[in-house]
Design a binder for this molecule. Structure first.
Ligand SMILES: [Zn+2]
Length: 211
């Protein structure tokens, strides 16, 4: 079935300084690749896959990226791009890190009911599609993939007051990039380009399914 809709993809972080509660970078991979660069690269790949799928399957998509270069934008301003353009879906892309550099897994975050999220159930269903897409793709390449599930978390970029009440929104933490095995999988290993491509394709499919 051909779908019509507006999708905003938000590559987390960017630039050199914090802007509007958005830090320039958070996680750093074991080999030194910055989260802000991984998220931007993934956003470009997802857009490319959305365009390819739309052409092949007849979908009418309007796609926005909150940034297309190494710049930072405040959290509210990112969300507002969805509100201004009456987006159906807002997907923020991030990577995780842990203090002991020993955690693994994919998780997807949504705004809690307690934050005044007026479409929590719809966000949850959308986030589950995104979570399944990323986790299943990583699992197909790596038996140590871990499904950390969909979770409520209070995040500025997901707040209804910035997004509006009709956009479904979630934030995916692709993996813990400070684990060496994940760095090999996503950044520096011989198969990393294919893994990133497969994640982008699965995310694009999930976004279209969610419309
Ligand atoms: Zn982040």
């Amino acid at each position: 079935m051909a779908k019509t809709g507006t999708i905003v993809i938000d590559p987390g972080h960017g630039g050199q300084v914090e802007v509007g509660d958005s830090s320039a970078n958070n996680a750093i991979s074991a080999s030194g690749v910055l989260e802000k660069n991984i998220t931007l690269r993934m956003a470009f790949l997802v857009r490319e896959q959305l365009i390819n799928l739309a052409a092949a399957e007849g979908h009418q998509l309007t796609i926005f990226l909150t940034r297309e270069s190494d710049i930072n934008i405040g959290l509210a301003a990112r969300a507002k791009i969805a509100k201004t353009n009456k987006a159906h879906l807002f997907l923020s892309i991030h990577c995780n890190g842990s203090i002991g550099h020993n955690a693994r897994g994919t998780e997807t975050l949504i705004s809690p009911l307690a934050d005044g999220n007026t479409n929590h159930a719809a966000d949850q269903a959308f986030a589950q599609l995104i979570q399944n897409a990323v986790f299943n793709t990583i699992k197909s390449h790596d038996a140590n993939a871990k499904d950390r599930g969909v979770k409520d978390q209070s995040l500025g970029v997901l707040k209804d007051k910035h997004l509006g009440t009709t956009t479904r929104a979630c934030l995916v933490e692709l993996e813990f990039i400070d684990m060496k095995a994940v760095d090999v999988l996503l950044n520096i290993g011989p198969n990393s380009l294919q893994v990133r491509f497969d994640i982008a394709k699965s995310l694009a499919k999930a976004l279209i399914e969610a419309l």
